[in-house]
Design a protein around this ligand. Structure first.
Ligand code: SF4
Ligand code: SF4
Length: 78
């Protein structure tokens, strides 16, 4: 059984340009681009399947993703 992620990506819609780099680097494919009016924004579709790897945050050229710790989501020790 997989441990829940320690942190999840929080996407700032004001900074996101919809470039799609985060979607491209996400191995479990839990991010997608969603249309909002005439624009596209990244969206976390499946938080439970996110590994918390933070690759999306590292890859985002616009600093639109911050990894945020989730209350109560602590990985078990041992
Ligand atoms: S890489 Fe950053 S700017 Fe590009 S779609 Fe993802 S969150 Fe938005
Ligand atoms: S933290 Fe990793 S698994 Fe989660 S959305 Fe970002 S790239 Fe995908």
């Amino acid at each position: 059984m997989r441990c829940p992620p320690k942190a999840l990506p929080a996407i700032d819609p004001e900074r996101c340009t919809g470039c799609g780099w985060c979607v491209a680097v996400c191995a479990p494919h839990v991010l997608s681009l969603q249309t909002q009016g005439w624009e596209k924004r990244s969206h976390l579709d499946d938080a439970a399947a996110c590994t918390g790897c933070a690759l999306c945050a590292v890859r985002c050229p616009f600093g639109a993703i911050a990894m945020e710790r989730q209350p109560g989501r602590v990985q078990p020790v041992g």
